[in-house]
Write a protein that binds this ligand. Structure first.
Ligand code: PGA
Length: 278
């Protein structure tokens, strides 16, 4: 009989690397009206064509404000562009008396593939709880949209609990609302790194991404843990993207400020060049 009180360190087989398609996602936040959005996406599409970007090597998604989605959707469809569309938020409710909310069904009608849930600017600026984030993820999934679950620790959390504890707790809480087989993306964004110009080091980010994936093994099993993409976000730029993309557990980036500059965003998307060069 095994002694229940003896702590035996769990020895687990390392996960295989899998073949996750990297995802480079541009979160525009509250920037660009619909005309500026069209101009940016056109320029981005030309730029990517110029460098012969292979979308099977890195998927590219843009997350414009709600008011731009219809214009960008129309442009993507008319010009048959391979960029993917994301929304920055989604209502946890299906429909009804929720002034100001945008439902997942409305977004799905606009060919929106991803919805950010739990971005730190929503958690902290709009007091969104873990539960709300989970309900938003569930609403997105129910409408056929892939939730991109954002998690991350504040500088204070980092000091008190280390880097991984809060992101793991946030992910666990969100996933409690999602069916076992639901598709989702995880974006690890340390709050102290967002918009600060102070990115995490690739090693710091990898440590948390790895911890999140190990936790996903428990929550969703090995096959899903291998398939799910974990992105890093927080002051990503063309100078640091290669370091992140070299990490085995980082499958892309969620980019704020730098996604508004077409040339810079294009260089980030072209990270393979830097990775092999560096
Ligand atoms: P940043 O923002 O790239 O400007 O740091 C990232 C984010 O908030 O998603």
């Amino acid at each position: 009989m095994t002694n229940q009180n003896t702590e035996v360190p769990e020895i687990r087989e390392p996960l295989p690397q899998g073949n996750r398609t990297p995802l480079i996602a541009g979160n525009w936040k509250m920037n660009l009206d619909h005309l500026q959005a069209i101009a940016l996406v056109q320029k981005l599409a030309w730029g990517l064509k110029d460098v012969r970007h292979d979308f099977s090597e890195a998927e590219v998604a843009v997350f414009p404000p709600f008011t731009d989605l219809r214009s960008v959707q129309t442009l993507l469809a008319a010009d048959k562009l391979s960029l993917t569309l994301g929304a920055q938020d989604v209502s946890p409710h299906e429909s009804g008396a929720y002034t100001g909310d945008i439902s997942a069904a409305m977004l799905a009608k606009l060919d929106v593939r991803y919805a950010l849930v739990g971005h730190s600017e929503r958690r902290h600026g709009h007091s969104e709880s873990d539960d709300t984030v989970g309900l938003k993820a569930r609403a997105a999934h129910a409408a056929g949209i892939v939730p991109m679950i954002c998690v991350g620790e504040t500088a204070e959390d980092l000091e008190q609990h280390g880097a991984a504890a809060i992101p793991i707790a946030q992910l666990t809480a969100a996933l409690a609302h999602l069916p076992q087989d639901a598709e989702f993306v995880v974006a690890y964004e340390p709050v102290w790194a967002i918009g600060s110009g102070q990115a995490a080091t690739p090693e710091q980010a990898e440590e948390v991404a790895r911890a999140l994936r190990e936790h996903l093994r428990e929550l969703r099993g090995d096959d899903r843990a291998v398939a799910i993409r974990v992105l890093y976000g927080g002051s990503v730029a063309s100078q640091n993207i290669a370091g992140f993309m070299r990490q085995p557990n980082i499958d892309g980036a969620l980019i704020g400020g730098a996604s508004l500059k077409v040339d810079e965003f294009t260089r980030i998307i072209q990270f393979k060049k830097h990775v092999t060069a560096g």
